[in-house]
Design a binder for this molecule. Structure first.
Ligand code: 2P0
Length: 333
């Protein structure tokens, strides 16, 4: 099954190509997984081995503006800087756009504004592909529901499936070969006291992409066989913790899930280690503070930066310990 087959299924072999407005414009938030997606059952369609669960960061993400133009090439501008058509990023975008224009009937000027570091483990591709799909939906008047947009964005980047909603979002792994049952949906739960803090240790672009790291782990980690079992357990516990608002249970399970994901990477060969010395130092400080009864937990994605999890009442205490931490809004934007 190819990506184009999925697109044709959704559009019934008739992909709209006439713009309905002068420009397509959309913002999508980034999302941080509390129960991680790490490993694909289908690398073409980005179908995951397991389900995953995330929280959106409403003020962090990507704004994409699309305008059709006459030149037979797409122009991509990121944060006011024009990118070379030869760059890997532009090629990835063009390949994705080609799914929706099999006859190459249109080309676009793409203006991307992103307010998080790119490719530093802060889910920039998640908000990027979700906002691109929303902007296409807007420009061509697709009028697709978020359910189908989630499936389409997944074809660009797996975690983008989760970037269409605020709050907590679950991405169902699904079992079908065509992935029509692998989409995300929001959970009907709010938790205004929950806080996320970004502890940026190094914002530079990672050496190994999450896509490459994920596949390398699946192929070579001796621990990977245990990962799906761990996710099934953690996902159930996290959903229960959200339901009853048990913060230590949520924080502890999310932290353990992230560390187990990193353990699978460390046990692959050659090993992948996203930790920097400062990442590990920060973990030890968090564990010491927990021993002193501060309810503070972390999660970490494919990069050296930590996302701290704590309750609003502990904000002053946490920020005194981590003055460089940026508190990001979760439910109170
Ligand atoms: C996640 N990550 O659940 C996990 C945790 C990183 C660590 O999803 O190959 O950019 O495009 O599907 O979505 C990052 O991987 O990978 C990711 P592709 P993606 O957020």
């Amino acid at each position: 099954m190819k990506k184009s087959d999925v697109v044709n299924t959704i559009f019934h072999n008739d992909i709209p190509h006439i713009p309905q407005r002068e420009k397509g414009l959309a913002f999508a938030p980034t999302n941080i997984a509390l129960c991680k997606y790490w490993g694909k059952r289908d690398t073409e369609l980005h179908l995951p081995v397991t389900s995953s669960l995330s929280i959106a960061l409403p003020d962090k993400g990507t704004m994409t503006t699309l305008r059709l133009h006459d030149q037979p090439i797409d122009h991509v501008v990121v944060n006011d800087q024009a990118l070379s058509p030869e760059s890997a990023f532009v090629k990835r975008l063009v390949e994705f756009l080609d799914l929706f224009r099999p006859e190459k009937k249109w080309y676009v000027q793409i203006d991307i504004h992103i307010n998080i570091p790119i490719a530093a483990g802060l889910a920039s591709s998640a908000s990027g592909f979700a906002s691109l799909v929303l902007a296409l939906n807007n420009l061509f008047g697709w009028e697709l529901s978020h359910h189908y947009l989630s499936i389409l964005a997944r074809l660009g980047s797996g975690s983008a499936a989760r970037s269409f909603w605020l709050g907590f979002v679950e991405w169902h792994a699904g079992v079908q070969p065509d992935g029509m049952d692998s989409y995300a949906e929001p959970l009907d739960i709010e938790w205004p006291q929950l806080c996320v803090g970004l502890l940026t240790i190094d914002a530079s672009e990672k050496i190994i992409s999450s896509r490459e790291a994920m596949q390398h782990t699946v192929n070579s980690s001796v621990l990977y066989g245990n990962w799906p079992k761990k996710v099934i357990q953690d996902l159930a516990i996290i959903k229960q913790a959200l339901k009853v608002k048990n913060f230590p249970l949520l924080g502890g399970t999310a932290e353990s899930n992230a560390l187990t994901m990193h353990a699978t990477m460390l046990s692959s060969w050659p090993p992948i280690c996203y930790f920097l010395p400062e990442t590990i130092a920060a973990m030890h400080r968090i564990w010491a503070l927990r021993r002193d009864k501060l309810e503070l937990y972390f999660t970490e994605d494919a990069g050296p930066n930590l996302k701290l999890l704590f309750l609003k009442e502990d904000f002053d205490h946490v920020s005194a310990q981590f003055p460089r931490m940026e508190k990001v809004s979760v439910f109170d934007s």
